[in-house]
Design a binder for this molecule. Sequence first.
Ligand code: SF4
Length: 565
Amino acid sequence: MQRGLVALAKYVLISDLTLMYDYRDFPLLDFLPCAPSGSVPGAIYNFLKGSASPPLPNGEAKYAPYSVRKIEAALLTRNKPEDVAVPHPDYIEQFIKDDTEVIGVSTMDPLGIAPLTMSYEVLFATHSSPWVRREWEALIHRINLARRGKKAKLIVGGPGVWEFTILPEELTKEGIDYAFQGESEDVIPYLFEQVAQDKLDPNMFYQGYASFDDNFRMIFKPDGRFITRRPGGRRFPRLEDIPNIVRPSMKSMVESMRGCGVGCDFCEVTLRPLRYYPVEKIEQEVEVNVKYGGFTNAWIHSDEIFAYKHGPLFKPNEEALIELFSRVMSIPGVTESNPTHGRISIPAAYPELISKLSEIMRAGPSNWIGIQVGLETGSDRLAKIHMPNKTLPLRIGPDGSWADIVWEGVHNMTLYYWRPAFTVQVGQSDETPEDNWETVALINRLSNSEAGGRPFEFTVTPMLNVPLGVIKSQSFNPAMLDESQLAVYYASYRHLAKMAKRDAVRDSKGNFIARMGTAGIISFGGWVMMKVVESICKKRGVDIEKVKRYGLESSSTSVAVPVPA
Ligand code: SF4
């Protein structure tokens, strides 16, 4: 790096470093930082996390998480390019100078209390911090050392800010000046100016945070450590106030919409207003990634891609989806694309749509379309309570059970080379042991099914809903999981071990040695994880043999889900 080229930066934007690694481009390895540091040794963690985004000659990062790129673009609407810097992780200190006014850090899971991280902590009953928290604390320590004696204010933002609303004392302990809660593109230039001057305009901002009461009504809690948008004012930026990224995002991710609208009762995304990006806006952002990032792929982010410009009863808008992916794939330089999240009921009900999208995205045996899917449960009863619209336009009952809909969806996805990464929840409200055993039966059934002569291709990760009181007391242990919940864990990790063994070599990237190293660790790690869960289950008296065969005798491996008119 030519250090002399580092410019004074009035505003320095930094990402939680766990969002800056490539994780060897192996599916699901992005979840690695959720693992406890006492259970995954440093040498293995450091190997598997791969490399950080490369540095540019001036010390900035070539790629940054999409959220950071959005904030950068928003600040540039009222600032000169040289006033805003996004440093490479190795050169952060060199951008924090006497004249730096604000350092903004974006985070997803700073305290390691997000559901997946908590699930590991409970399972391993560990007192060692998860890697995501260790990396966060090390980063904030570095930033605080660099700004010591200088005027720069430290403000954190991003989807992980809710964690500080649960444990606000951590802001004080970590020496963070403010946590900003909410979407911000239309107000962030004013926020940074006002934070730098220590003078917040009450017509724009509120010192405190939004929360929900027992009736799920939004309330505002005053707290000088937090800033959010003014209650009663516009809570979200309008589409036209969200600027396009101007520099490349990690993994070439771009947004296609915000909000969802499906209305699952555990999901905060559904509370945000729906805003669809026009295809031109998506194209423009992909072009930035191709031109300045050298990418050949485009990750199209949403929380529910099949809701993009959807019709009545959440019927997918086939025309809009086909246009979106056709135009992305027509951008010169783009050879691969995939959506980040979607519902399973659409592949179940619209196999022809999935087939067409596969053709457009050039899916095939060496190009599986990875997508995250919230499966949540195998139980009809819980699905109807917590996510009654997630099956639409199909309905549980007339169109089969939830398990039938899921089976048909995975069948069609496997047929057309899509690989869902499922999450299932345990510890939902109203849950009974029977609900969890239905989840076990579904996982077993999927794990033993085939489509087009291929075994069903999917992963499944269990997540635990931990009560706030337990998060605050940090008193985690596997005793929090009952027999049926442990059975869900075991069925999930048993399937993951099977997938890791089957696909680790095929899905590893890099040179021969790196591929073999990654494949060996993944495959062995999958087996070890299954054995650890098995041993916990045995100690707790869970009948392992029952889990292995549960639901297989009674299940059929073929269902017919009708296509809605
Ligand atoms: S479909 Fe997904 S994003 Fe939409 S409300 Fe349900 S869980 Fe949230």
